[in-house]
Design a protein. Structure first.
Lengths: 299, 354, 338
């Protein structure tokens, strides 16, 4: 995990260095002023030195200062903006997973029924149609035309609903499909037959044997889902004017605020790696066949 | 009674009686005579012989969703190629007199293609315009029909390029890794592990920032992140096939490495490779649209589905049609590719049974 | 010890697939006495597993059509049981042991719990009491260190041990009938013997009846008092084991016996396999299903399906050769050494 982080940090640094133009392109600065700014941000030193300084700062949790908002550290900027993103992201994850699970389980139990086909169709739709299309639709119909919920901005809890919904669509679709496949797979296993042969009622068989085994792999989905949500926020926040990290990223890109771009990139990467790690851990705890210290056990 | 043995219609190797059978006690004694044993009856082949591919095609065809999807995709591709020429205008022709006209198709007015804007005013009448713009125009007076189909062309082109290059790199990487196995494989896999730790989007965005937005940069960025998936699929497949005994048998008969790769490993791996490629395309379309939406995509006056949706979104309140048409096209493309890829995967998997 | 505990009458089961009807069981009848072991022998696809699962109503509801027949247990027809009655029957009156021990146990549940589940379902016990009983059963089936093993997961056991656990689960509520569907096929030969011994000893202790499904005639000889030979969904021959081995009547039974190595036959006698393969159960004709592969086939065999005829005491077989009208043909076949 640490190796990956180091590689990412290094890669990001060098990628940043390759970005065209300087961060001060937009200002009309005289050469002297430019020199002063460069010196202030340490941009006049050779690349190697800059790199070492950067890594050293990083180790201490210092992501540098924003080029655009003079005087504010990147960490500050991130800290301010992370709240809304975390809120809608978390809500979308939880809501999406719950709905997805219910949908998937029910459609697996009523395999080949009308409900099943509808659910599968909806799931395909949910996964295929881009999230920003959904977001735009939600904003237009629910927000503007019908005026049920506020279409944009961030002034109260109800402002979080539409963005959360838009984000959760892909989550619901992916989770539903996945758990449905898992359940159909598990239901055909021998041990489910053994359970039935013991005289257990169908509901007990489903809950204690089928669900229990089908739910475990769902945990592995959490990683990719989190990534999905992270990428989703970039667009969703823009559409709904949510003052979150994603919007900040887009803004920074437009104005070439390199240190903030780097900072957010690193932040997202860390978050992702952390989630993957967490998921692995969780999976190891849930599935008795996995020995945490390494590999699967043999009987 | 003379009963000849007749071949059953449903199963030519089994004989049946051609008249109703007598009650068991009344069967004539002359039936109780030894019959010569007919070796043809002994083995019953259940079903006609087909190759793996024909089998898969048959299964695919039965999947209505996949068939409809294929048809829709072909239709859209056709329109993408031909559409821009159907209206007689180019995608970047500007005419401010024609700006922001709602869509109008003579004959389809009842569906809403009536040139009437949000306030109920017929813009064509108001400004005295006689030409018809099927999908309307944007704020610069450019014909949206042409732009939408040109944009589809470009989006599809990007997606296809990305998918193909992904394929080449992924197959090469995964193939080498799996074929040689051992230390080579370990090393190559480590690299992939590290790469996988970086969220795709981040890499793509950084790439675009460096390379200046444009078709080639988008394609490159997508390849850089996309090949990993293909490599993993290829590697997994090849390992699976390698482990099967027919490969060992072939080797034991003296087949060279080249022959093994070409005649045994690759043909069996083609299925999942094809399926993965089919899934890459909608993913690429999505990314392109996504990038354009946040401003990192193609620059004007170039049009792609993404830029059109972005433009459409901006004007959504009063000019919904600007968003609707590209939105529908991209949605259909993505749904259909996903369904088709799903269908292909189901059709090629020999274990699938309903 | 000779009272009949289970009676199957003219069972017909078909499966509906997309465009065809698979006739898996076509008129099967047999009975099971208290304390005896009945073996059902046949190739894959003969209908033996389907029959046994039907006894516990374990066949998938949507695709199965039980067209005819009765299964009488304690005077009532199992096929007409309500859902509740079926749940009561399973595990408590009739239990089943499946073929593959590697997949028959829930991988995420401790085995102690899996045994206790059945107990708690059918008997009103406290958790502690159920645990005690489960321990008892584990010891009965020969699992060492039962106390600790209760808390273990299936993947921590070897194949033979897992099968013992499966048997423990089946026996937990002391069922009257145990159905063992190829219980030893997936195990090593030495373990096979142990498992069979285990089943025999439990039977002796409890007077349980066993329906043993297998394709291995050696196992039949070892365990069963009576054996039924199935082919293409029908019982072609049924009777006491010794009798069937010594005096087989149906050409299929004869073929099976001939194709197996036996200690009591001279070493240079060749093994004679039965040519061909079993028929497609969705495309059967009106004649005897074995006719295409039979070396003693007659004209009538291709047209009409033979009915069951008595051969000796308690010994029945379905073959036209047993009909009086076939006297001449029988002689002809004997002369040619078929």
């Amino acid at each position: 995990m640490l190796v990956t982080l180091w590689v990412i940090a290094t890669a990001t640094f060098f990628l940043m260095k390759m970005l065209p133009g300087t961060p001060f392109n937009n200002e009309r600065l005289s050469d002297q002023q430019l020199a002063v700014m460069n010196e202030k941000y340490g941009l006049d030193k050779p690349v190697a030195i800059q790199y070492l300084r950067y890594m050293a700062n990083l180790a201490q949790g210092d992501l540098g200062e924003s080029y655009k908002y003079v005087g504010r550290s990147v960490t500050e900027v991130i800290g301010e903006r992370i709240g809304p993103s975390a809120l809608i992201g978390f809500q979308a994850l939880v809501l999406g997973t719950l709905i997805g699970l219910v949908l998937g389980v029910v459609s697996a139990l009523k395999h080949n029924s009308l409900l099943d086909y509808t659910a599968v169709t909806l799931a395909v739709l949910g996964m295929s149609v881009p999230s920003f299309v959904f977001a735009a639709l939600l904003q237009y119909y629910v927000g503007l035309k019908w005026g049920l919920l506020p279409p944009a901005l961030w002034k109260g809890y109800e402002y979080t609903i539409l963005p959360t919904l838009a984000l959760s669509v892909t989550v619901i679709a992916t989770v539903a499909r996945f758990i449905r496949t898992e359940m159909l797979d598990v239901i055909n296993q021998d041990y489910v037959l053994t359970a039935s042969a013991k005289g257990l009622s169908r509901s007990k068989v489903i809950i204690r044997h089928v669900l229990r085994n089908a739910l475990i792999p769902v945990v592995t989905m959490l990683g990719p889902l989190a990534v999905n949500i992270m990428t989703g926020t970039l667009v969703i926040e823009k559409i709904f004017s949510v003052p979150g990290l994603g919007e900040q990223f887009s803004l920074s890109v437009l104005v070439n605020d390199y240190s903030v771009i780097m900072g957010i990139t690193l932040f997202y990467s860390c978050l992702f790696i952390f989630m993957v790690f967490l998921v692995d851990l969780l999976y190891g705890l849930l599935d008795p066949r996995i020995n945490l210290r390494g590999g699967k056990q043999k009987g | 009674m003379n009963m000849e043995l007749e071949r059953s219609k449903t199963n030519p190797s089994l004989p049946i009686a051609n008249q109703t059978l007598p009650p068991l006690d009344e069967i004539p004694a002359d039936w109780f005579v030894p019959e010569p044993v007919d070796p043809r009856l002994q083995e019953q082949i259940s079903g006609p012989m087909t190759s793996v591919w024909k089998d898969a095609m048959q299964r695919l065809v039965k999947n209505r969703g996949a068939v409809v999807s294929l048809f829709m995709i072909l239709l859209i591709v056709f329109l993408a190629l031909v559409g821009p020429y159907m209206s007689g205008r180019t995608y970047d022709e500007q005419n401010l007199l024609h700006s922001n006209l709602p869509p109008k198709i003579p004959g389809l007015e009842w569906l809403g293609f009536n040139g009437v804007d949000v306030n109920g005013v017929d813009q064509y009448e108001k400004r005295g315009i006689t030409e018809n713009f099927w999908f309307g125009t944007d704020e610069f007076g450019r014909d949206l029909w042409t732009r939408v189909w040109k944009g589809t062309q470009i989006s599809l082109l990007i997606a296809l390029l990305a998918a193909l290059l992904d394929l080449l790199i992924g197959v090469a990487y995964g193939g080498i890794s799996a074929f040689y196995g051992g230390k080579v494989d370990d090393f190559m896999q480590r690299i992939i592990e590290v790469l996988m730790g970086i969220p795709n989007l981040v890499v793509i965005i950084l790439f675009i920032l460096i390379l200046e937005p444009g078709i080639s940069s988008i394609v490159m960025a997508m390849i850089v992140t996309g090949w990993v998936n293909m490599a993993r699929v290829v590697r997994g497949q090849i390992f699976q096939i390698k482990a099967q005994e027919f490969v060992l048998a072939s080797k034991a008969l003296g087949a060279s490495n080249f022959r093994l790769i070409v005649r045994h490993l690759l043909p069996n791996a083609v299925g999942p490779i094809l399926v993965t490629m089919m899934f890459t395309i909608p993913s690429a379309i999505f990314f392109e649209a996504f990038l354009s939406f946040i401003g990192l995509g193609l620059q004007p006056p170039l049009a792609s589905l993404g830029t059109l949706i972005q433009d459409g979104y901006v004007g959504m309140r009063f000019f919904a049609y600007k968003l609707v048409f590209p939105g529908i096209v991209i949605s259909i493309l993505m749904i259909c590719f996903n369904l088709l890829a799903d269908g292909l995967r189901d059709a090629l998997d020999p274990r699938m049974k309903k | 010890m000779s009272e009949t505990i289970l009676s199957v009458e003219n069972l017909r089961i078909s499966f509906r697939r997309k465009d065809r009807l698979i006739q898996a069981v076509r008129g099967v009848s047999f009975s099971l006495k208290k304390g005896e072991t009945l073996a059902i022998v046949g190739e894959s696809g003969s209908g033996k597993s389907v029959t046994s699962r039907c006894l516990m109503r374990l066949l998938p509801e949507h695709t199965t059509e039980i067209r005819e027949g009765r299964i009488l247990y304690q005077g009532k027809d199992i096929l007409k049981y309500s859902k509740r009655e079926v749940e009561d029957l399973r595990g408590k009156e009739i239990s089943m042991v499946f073929q593959d021990p590697m997949t028959s146990l829930n991988p995420t549940m401790k085995i102690g719990q899996q045994i206790m589940e059945g107990l708690l379902q059918h008997q009103s016990l406290t958790k502690a009491e159920a645990r005690e009983k489960a321990l008892e059963i584990l010891k009965l089936v020969g699992i060492p260190h039962a106390e600790q093993r209760m808390e273990a997961y299936p993947h921590q056991f070897s194949g033979g041990m897992r099968q013992r656990v499966v048997i423990a689960i089946a026996l937990a509520c002391r069922p009257k009938i145990l159905i063992a569907d190829e219980p030893t096929t997936a195990l090593d030969v030495t373990i096979q013997a142990q498992i069979l011994e285990l089943m025999k000893s439990v039977q002796e202790k409890t007077g349980m009846s066993i329906i043993l499904i297998t394709h291995d005639l050696g196992v039949v000889a070892n365990m069963a008092q009576r054996v039924a030979v199935m082919y293409a969904g029908e019982i072609v021959e049924i009777g006491p084991t010794d009798e069937i081995f010594a005096n087989p009547q149906h050409p299929y039974t004869k073929g099976l016996l001939r194709s197996m190595p036996r200690l009591d036959v001279k070493r240079n006698e060749p093994l004679v396999p039965i040519p061909g393969s079993p028929p497609d159960l969705s495309r059967l004709g009106t004649g005897c299903a074995f006719a295409p592969r039979c070396t003693c086939v007659m004209k009538v065999c291709h047209h009409c399906s033979p009915r069951q005829a008595p051969v000796g005491e308690d010994h029945l077989a379905s073959c036209w050769l047993l009909d009086q009208r076939a006297e001449k043909a029988r002689q002809a076949f004997q002369a040619s050494g078929a």
